[in-house]
Design a protein around this ligand. Structure first.
Ligand code: 5RP
Length: 220
């Protein structure tokens, strides 16, 4: 099966976590696009979705899925999103699509984070994928120097302005052995909007697309 087919498989599998009449948190990316398409095609009626990006909002609205403002919603049963990497405890690197800040905001509303990913995303230690960090533009060079002091290399993602009018640094050369401590530390650096490590908001479940079908990994 191709990677695209695996993404379709897990996007479809995520429907089993969606209750009719509920409000669902929806992430961003090519795997989530498959979920959105499957939701629209299923005929399952939901009360609405809280979206993590303008990209997902446009896709859902185009398919007739109602999109609600996050400010109207106190909590969600489930948030469905992809990942760039996920480890065996459900910690993730996210932000390849530059939507990490809104993804973390919506994930934080949810009781359960359902990660949908193809098997290439499962890793032992986070850090092979360049870590996205959303930053206030004036702090980008200063934050890049802090990563360099840790032995990593941070580069500005050219031409990208996030939905929050900020910039993205992609950080290479990290081995994130303690994702919770790392996330808490980097989030304190002045000018960091969001670090793309999702440890506090880690996945509860991962639907992993494999050649043998969908594997369900549970983390708590
Ligand atoms: C966007 C994300 C995505 O979930 C992540 O990049 C995975 O994307 P894809 O499903 O296209 O592989 O974090 O900010």
């Amino acid at each position: 099966m191709t990677q695209d087919e695996l993404k379709t498989l897990v996007g479809q599998a995520a429907l089993s976590y969606v209750e009719a009449g509920s409000i669902v948190g929806v992430g961003t990316g090519s795997t989530v696009d498959k979920f959105i398409d499957a939701l629209a095609a299923s005929g399952l009626k939901i009360a609405g979705a809280v979206s993590s990006s303008l990209r997902s909002t446009e896709r859902m609205k185009g398919l007739g899925i109602p999109v609600l403002d996050a400010a109207e919603v106190k909590s969600l049963r489930v948030y469905i999103d992809g990942a760039d990497e996920i480890d065996h405890a459900g910690h993730m690197i996210k932000g390849g699509g530059a939507a990490l800040t809104r993804e973390k905001i919506v994930a934080d509303l949810a009781e359960q984070f359902v990660c949908i990913a193809d098997e290439s995303k499962l890793v032992k230690v986070l850090g092979q994928f360049p870590l996205p960090v959303e930053v206030i533009p004036m702090a980008a060079a200063q934050i890049a120097r802090r990563f360099e002091a840790l032995g990593a290399q941070a580069t500005l993602r050219a031409g990208v302005v996030t939905d929050n009018s900020c910039h993205i640094l992609d950080v290479r050369g990290l081995q994130i052995a303690d994702p919770q401590a790392f996330e808490a530390d980097v989030n304190q650096w002045p000018g960091v909007v969001t670090v793309g490590v999702f440890a506090r908001n880690r996945a509860s479940v991962c639907l992993l697309g494999t050649a043998e079908g969908v594997k369900t990994l549970k983390f708590d």
